[in-house]
Design a protein around this ligand. Structure first.
Ligand SMILES: [Mg+2]
Length: 209
């Protein structure tokens, strides 16, 4: 039987870095067009790209040093571990930031951590596909938890159908394609309930029980 896994986004899902991505965009003159900042910077001049990457790294380092775990994180991870479910962190943040955050917060422990330094960032499916391959889980036995349209689109493209999104802003909901189904949640307690239902009603091959 395939083991189940839950693939977690980090920023805004389990960790509140306090990063103001809208503020970064306005400082760099980038539009809010639904794409990650790094993807937008690929089209900038070399000077603007270098300035943007430097600002992003500095802001991420500040967020890693000053942020906090989102309430319910430790409880949810402990519960999943008790259910023998593998847990992975799949983040568009950098390996450097994630290492700093995990070192400061021992309760953030995972079977696998993947960052944008490991594969193409979300909304590409690569990070999710790599996580499932490394954990030995198929998409039907995998759930994704995030807080943005990027998480939903990447998970869907990777074949994952159990997708939970926390506190999704309306503008993000509007850019998620209509065929991408997800379960809205207000907080990690809602995600916990949703994952309990997933465990009860689906077997690892994805067929209804
Ligand atoms: Mg996030």
């Amino acid at each position: 039987m395939t083991r189940r896994c839950v693939l977690f986004d980090m920023d805004g899902t389990l960790f509140d870095s306090g990063i103001d991505f809208l503020g970064i965009r306005s400082q760099l003159g980038l539009p809010q067009d639904g794409r990650p900042i790094l993807a937008q910077l690929e089209e900038a001049t070399p000077e603007d790209r270098a300035r943007g990457i430097e600002l992003l790294h500095a802001t991420e380092a500040e967020g890693a040093a000053n942020g906090r775990l989102i309430p319910g994180t430790a409880e949810l991870l402990a519960w999943l571990r008790g259910q023998q479910i593998l847990c992975a962190l799949v983040t568009n943040n950098s390996r450097r930031s994630v290492d700093a955050i995990v070192a400061r917060h021992p309760l953030l422990s995972f079977d696998l951590i993947l960052t944008r330094d490991d594969a193409a960032a979300k909304p590409e499916p690569d990070l999710f596909l790599l996580a499932m391959e490394k954990l030995g889980c198929n998409p039907a036995a995998s759930a994704a938890v995030g807080d943005t349209h990027l998480d939903a689109m990447a998970a869907h493209r990777a074949g994952i159908r159990e997708i939970h999104l926390i506190s999704l802003p309306e503008w993000m909901a509007n850019v998620i394609p209509v065929n991408v189904e997800y379960k809205p949640a207000n907080n990690l307690a809602d995600v916990h309930s949703g994952l309990e239902a997933w465990l009860l009603h689906e077997d690892a091959s994805g067929s209804r029980t």
